[in-house]
Design a protein around this ligand. Structure first.
Ligand code: CMP
Length: 140
């Protein structure tokens, strides 16, 4: 399996509780390499643009409010099968359904405040990486 890249976001519920290092350790233990990373405060327009695909969903407005409620850490993860591997490490969107030992089972507060985001396909990963990072920011 060739090396792949995916976009990860450590969400405001996790940065608020100072969990960035613990979450990063879980990525690294599972063989994902953090090849770009920055902490930033999203604006409302940026959060709406990032989650545009969910615009029609009932949770969209609350999701945007939550995502701008504090800093996030955007990162590019690289490794074999990185998109699927990251989704495995994160666990299910709803922490009640997440497998034991996953980031969301360990740390998420709710389906909304679920600590991390990860791209759901290689195609979306490329778009989401380009949303946050220029090529020069990524050192593989
Ligand atoms: P994420 O992987 O970032 O993609 C969309 C986000 O919407 C999701 O994680 C959750 O944080 C949030 N969300 C809030 N409510 C729901 C819901 N009912 N179903 C799916 N996602 C939800």
């Amino acid at each position: 399996m060739p090396s792949e890249r995916t976009l990860s976001i450590i969400k405001p519920d996790a940065t608020r509780r100072n969990l960035t290092g613990r979450i990063n350790a879980l990525f690294e233990e599972k063989g994902l390499r953090i090849i770009a990373q920055k902490r930033l405060q999203l604006t409302q327009a940026q959060a709406e643009a990032f989650y545009a695909v969910h615009k029609a969903r009932p949770f969209f407005k609350d999701l945007v409010t939550f995502m701008i409620s504090g800093p996030v850490v955007a990162q590019v993860l690289e490794g074999e099968n990185a998109v699927a591997k990251n989704r495995e490490v994160m666990g299910a969107t709803d922490p009640k359904k997440a497998e034991q030992g996953t980031i969301r089972a360990l740390h998420a507060e709710s389906i909304e405040a679920n600590s991390v985001h990860g791209s759901d396909s290689a195609e979306n990963a490329a778009q989401e990486i380009a949303f946050f990072f220029a090529g020069i920011d990524i050192v593989g």
